[in-house]
Design a protein around this ligand. Structure first.
Ligand SMILES: C[S@@+](CC[C@H](N)C(=O)[O-])C[C@H]1O[C@@H](n2cnc3c(N)ncnc32)[C@H](O)[C@@H]1O
Length: 270
């Protein structure tokens, strides 16, 4: 049974907003308040007795960035809105990736129920699918809102008269129950526990996400909600070492170090 009382975010005590430039003071204050985390001035950063946080959110170079100790001096992780290497830059990009094959030839509408850094969502969006994004972590919601705002200002979005994907904040296990129209496909990419030996290839963005959000232990419940809510299929992204989430899938498409397991509903075979 779903426990409706959300537990406090795991990032509390580890994350603060870092205020570096006077022009960002108001939005830094508002963000700290929104996430219920401290606001730290860059000048207090080395005064360890003043704060315990080791991850920071800060506006740098016009983007909201998530920063750890390695990235403090420069940089930070952000929702990347540029196409992936090798992806065609025109819109819609060809539907030739393993993810597109898993979504199905006739699929038009997709819900990404686990948006995270938005990288799969934005790939799906650039291929021309009608897309809605769901994310439950207030931290990721803020990073995604910033990414989608930057995306809305891109010339190609304006030239093609596109609206950026609709982002819904909340637990997909509950939200998927309330859909008025089922999408053709629901995509889920929950956080799986790592292999005992953490791969050197594990992406920093995912390692930080695991550290700040933890594993998604309710992924079976999410699958059940998605299978009930979808019109035709659920696609589950899985690391290659993990067994299929809900028994033998109808189809599997292999990617690099990962799989897309497709669960078809009824007698849909497109
Ligand atoms: C592995 S990440 C997804 C990465 C994403 N596919 C990308 O391309 O960046 C998993 C994300 O799903 C979110 N998530 C997991 N279960 C969820 C649920 N039931 N409802 C909404 N979001 C969920 C987590 O908060 C986390 O941000």
């Amino acid at each position: 049974m779903l426990n409706n009382t959300p537990s406090p975010p795991r990032y509390l005590g580890k994350l603060a907003v870092l205020y570096e430039h006077p022009e960002n003071i108001e939005k830094s204050q508002a963000l700290a308040q929104q996430l219920n985390i401290p606001l730290i001035n860059i000048t207090e950063l080395n005064e360890k007795d003043k704060h315990s946080e080791v991850f920071f959110l800060a506006w740098r170079d016009g983007c909201l960035r998530l920063i750890d100790q390695d990235l403090l001096k420069k940089g930070g992780l952000t929702v990347e809105i540029e196409p992936r290497p090798g992806e065609q830059r025109s819109w819609p990009a060809p539907k030739d990736s393993a993810l597109a094959k898993a979504l199905g030839r006739k699929t038009k509408s997709v819900i990404d129920a686990t948006t995270g850094w938005g990288q799969d969502s934005l790939h799906i969006f650039r291929m021309g699918y009608e897309l809605m994004c769901i994310e439950r972590s207030p931290l990721m919601i803020e990073l995604l809102k910033d990414g989608l705002q930057r995306l809305s200002q891109e010339t190609w979005i304006k030239n093609c008269a596109l609206s950026v994907p609709h982002l819904v904040a909340g637990n997909a296990i509950e939200l998927l129950n309330t859909l008025s129209t089922p999408p053709d496909a629901i995509y889920i990419d929950p956080m799986f526990p790592p292999k005992r030996k953490q791969s050197a290839l594990a992406k920093k963005s995912m390692m930080i996400l695991r550290e700040l959000l933890g594993d998604d232990d309710d992924k079976e419940q999410l699958f059940t909600a998605a299978f009930q809510a979808t019109g035709k299929r659920v696609v589950v992204k899985s690391p290659d070492y993990a067994p299929p989430l809900m028994g033998k899938p109808s189809h599997t498409f292999q990617g690099k170090l990962l799989r897309y397991d497709v669960y078809l509903k009824g007698d849909n075979h497109d």
